[in-house]
Design a protein around this ligand. Structure first.
Ligand code: UDP
Ligand code: MG
Length: 337
């Protein structure tokens, strides 16, 4: 029985006519190579997601699909941004394959990391994050902002893997559960960890873009960071409450000081009462906003209607990975004797 996993490589493309002709053959080669090594099924595919490009990207994808049955394409009705393009591809893939690997189409992410990702999958991991080991090729500015971004995100309560972009393997099984996360503002890097299941990371070096230009200027990066934080955590609201409490204490101290000054008679008339009012109100207002915020935050999290639990195994069900069951001995690459 040839029950090797069917892999779909999901590739978002936005105005990529310059780079697609270079990278598409690389993706296909990789499929060929992995199939050759018997790590994936011959029915594996590359799925290009055209994210409302304004150049010839979609025509290119259609031409490739007509020539090669391993190439598939879907076209979004308009530009919806990278995250939504990847999501569209993954959701399209999940019913038709066993594993997906999402990767950008500009050749920056090392395709050879896929070998290791698939191997990790054979070992039992359902999610494998590609992590950049170095950022040599990025400019200092890009590197500093990007690394700052991960740190800030984590500090503000969005759990994300450091230096992991959207190059990752996800099994169809995890994707089916992921589909139950119904939120509209998606930040895949932060959401995938929430689904759970065994996960691991592989390291690769990030190269330069092969052609074309980055579509992630600082403005989009800030928007992405903001979206990531606000869609994953209500920590900023808690911070406001915290500030309120601190300011209230400071206010109290200032009030005592003002009263003492007033008693000692070293102040102008009315000064102490004014200081007291200002100090009290500042802290109180912040606390009030924080409390209201807590309720809004709860409503916000509830409104997402995320699944409350996800069951990964049941004793009375067969494991999902058929090929591991039948052919563990021959097919698991590193089943060393
Ligand atoms: N992309 C997309 N929609 C967008 C912007 C980008 O699908 O609105 C795709 C793009 O084609 C590429 C990937 O997302 O495959 C990453 O974009 P890019 O390489 O420009 O970002 P960078 O690597 O510079 O952060
Ligand atoms: Mg890129």
């Amino acid at each position: 029985m040839s029950a090797k996993p069917i892999l779909w490589i999901v590739v978002p493309c936005y105005n990529e006519e310059a780079v697609l002709p270079l990278t598409a053959p690389m993706f296909l080669n990789k499929l060929e190579q992995l199939a050759e090594q018997e790590k994936i099924s011959r029915n594996s595919r590359v799925l290009f997601v055209n994210d409302g490009s304004r150049d010839r990207t979609w025509e290119l994808i259609r031409e490739m699909a007509a020539k090669d049955e391993r190439v598939l394409g879907i076209c979004q009705s308009r530009n919806r941004g990278h995250q939504n393009a990847v999501l569209a591809g993954l959701m399209e893939a999940k019913e038709r394959c066993d594993i997906t690997i999402s990767i950008d189409c500009d050749g920056q992410d090392d395709l050879n990391a896929m070998d290791e990702m698939v191997e990790r999958y054979w070992e039992g991991f359902e999610v494998v994050y590609g992590v950049r080991s170095k950022r040599k090729t990025d400019t200092f500015f890009k590197r500093a902002t990007a690394e700052g971004f991960y740190k800030l995100m984590n500090a503000l309560g969005a759990e994300i893997v450091f230096n992991h972009a959207d190059y990752r393997l996800i099994s169809a099984r995890v994707l089916k559960h992921f589909a139950e996360f119904e939120e509209v503002n998606i930040f895949l890097r932060g959401l995938v960890p929430l689904v759970g299941f065994p996960h691991t990371t592989v390291y690769y070096e990030r190269a330069e873009r092969l052609a074309g230009e980055s579509h992630y200027p600082l403005k989009k990066m800030i928007a992405l960071a903001f979206n990531g934080i606000t869609s994953l955590s209500v920590k900023p609201i808690t911070l406001i409450t915290g500030c309120g409490i601190i300011f209230s204490f400071l206010g109290l101290a200032a009030m005592i000081w003002a009263i003492v000054e007033a008693i000692l008679g070293e102040t102008a008339a009315g000064w102490a009462s004014l200081v007291c009012i200002v100090c009290m109100l500042g802290g109180l207002q912040l606390i009030s906003i924080g409390i209201i915020g807590q309720y809004i935050g709860k409503t916000y999290l509830e409104a997402k209607r995320r699944p409350r639990y996800i069951i990964s195994e049941r004793t009375w069900e067969k494991p999902e990975r058929r090929w591991l069951e039948d052919e563990t001995e021959e097919k698991t690459p590193e089943k060393g004797e």
